[in-house]
Ligand binder design. Structure first.
Ligand SMILES: Cc1cc2nc3c(=O)[nH]c(=O)nc-3n(C[C@H](O)[C@H](O)[C@H](O)COP(=O)(O)O)c2cc1C
Length: 275
C-alpha cells in the first residue's frame, strides 16, 4: 500500500472534471487556480499542455488499455479507469476490476490510477485500492445527496433501484449522438426497446416534449438532459443516469457527511483486511 499512498498524495485535493470541448469552462477553471482537471472521451496533447501551462495536472478517464496508452502519449499525469458498471456516459465494455488489471499491466507502476464505475461504499473503495487504484471516483452515489441538482423524482428512483434496474443503452442520445450511457429503466426506455430500439428519427414519441427545465426550456423525449431539480412535467421519463452501485444507495445525505461515512467504511474494511 505504501506505493499507493505516495501516488494518492500526488493527486491534488480539488480536481475538476470536464467534457472534451468544454472550452469556456476549462479556461474559467484554470483561471480559478484549480490544481487538477480531468477529461473524458478523449483528450489531445494540446489540451493537456494548456492544463500544464496553467500549473495544474491533467487526468483522463479511459475505458480500455488502448485508451490508457493514448492518454499517456498525450501527456496525462494520471488515469481514471471507468468500468462498464459506471452510470452516465460509459466508454468501457470491460468490468472495472478487469480494466484496472489490464491497464496496470500496460502502463506499469508509475502512473496513478483512479477507479470509477459502480462504486458506492467505503468497502468498494477498499476493493479497488486492493487492485492497485490509488483512489476512487464516485458519480451516482453523489447524485443522491442534498447538494445535488437531481430532481427529487430522480433521487427517489435511485433509492428504489438495484443494479439490474440499470441498462447500458443508446436510448437517451439526443444531444450526444452515439454516446453509450447507463441509466435507470423508465417508460421512455421501455417503449423504445418494445419498438425494437429504432434509430434516431424513427423512435416512438420522438420530438414530444416530456418536461420543461426550471428555466422553461423544453426537454424532448430521448434528450440526454437528466431529470434536474425544478423540472416540471414528467421528469421520470427523462434520462436517469445511474451506475451498478445504485443498490447500495438508500439515503440522501449531505455530501460532506457522505464523504465522512465513506472514510469510516473504508477504514473499517481496511482493518478487516489487515486481520
Ligand atoms: C449523472 C451523471 C452524468 C454523467 N455524465 C458523464 C458525461 O457527460 N461524460 C462522461 O464521460 N462521463 C459521465 N458520467 C460518468 C462519470 O464520469 C463516472 O465515470 C461515473 O459516474 C462513475 O460511475 P458511478 O456513477 O457508477 O459512480 C456521468 C455520470 C453520472 C452519474
Amino acid at each position: 500500500m505504501a506505493r499507493h499512498d505516495a501516488a494518492a498524495r500526488a493527486l491534488p485535493d480539488t480536481i475538476c472534471g470536464l467534457q472534451r470541448g468544454a472550452r469556456t469552462k476549462r479556461q474559467q477553471t484554470l483561471a480559478a487556480g484549480v490544481p487538477g482537471i480531468t477529461f473524458s472521451w478523449g483528450c489531445s496533447s494540446a489540451l493537456i499542455a494548456r492544463v500544464h501551462g496553467a500549473g495544474a495536472i491533467a487526468g483522463v478517464q479511459i475505458g480500455s488499455a488502448a485508451g490508457a496508452e493514448r492518454a499517456l502519449d498525450a501527456g496525462a499525469d494520471f488515469l481514471i479507469c471507468q468500468g462498464v458498471e459506471a452510470g452516465g456516459h460509459v466508454q468501457s465494455t470491460l468490468g472495472l476490476m478487469a480494466l484496472l488489471e489490464r491497464t496496470r499491466t500496460v502502463v506499469g507502476d508509475a502512473t496513478p490510477i483512479v477507479a470509477a464505475g459502480g462504486l458506492a461504499t467505503g468497502a468498494d473503495i477498499a476493493a479497488v485500492r486492493a487492485r492497485g487504484a490509488v483512489a476512487a471516483m464516485l458519480g451516482t452515489r453523489f447524485v443522491a445527496t442534498r447538494e445535488s441538482a437531481a430532481h427529487p423524482v430522480y433521487c427517489r428512483a435511485l433509492l428504489d433501484a438495484d443494479a439490474q434496474d440499470t441498462a447500458r443503452t443508446l436510448c437517451f442520445d439526443g444531444g450526444w449522438s452515439g454516446a453509450v450511457h447507463r441509466v435507470l429503466r423508465n417508460d421512455t426506455l421501455e417503449a423504445w426497446e418494445a419498438a425494437g430500439c429504432p434509430p434516431a428519427g424513427c423512435r416512438p414519441g420522438e420530438g414530444g416534449i416530456i418536461a420543461y427545465t426550471e428555466a422553461g426550456a423544453p426537454v424532448y423525449r430521448y434528450d440526454d438532459t437528466p431529470a434536474m431539480v425544478g423540472m416540471t412535467g414528467r421528469p421520470a421519463s427523462a434520462s436517469l443516469f445511474a451506475g451498478c452501485g445504485v443498490g447500495a444507495i438508500d439515503d440522501v445525505p449531505e455530501a460532506g457527511a457522505l464523504v465522512a461515512r465513506l472514510g469510516r467504511e473504508f477504514r473499517a474494511a481496511e482493518r478487516v483486511k489487515a486481520r
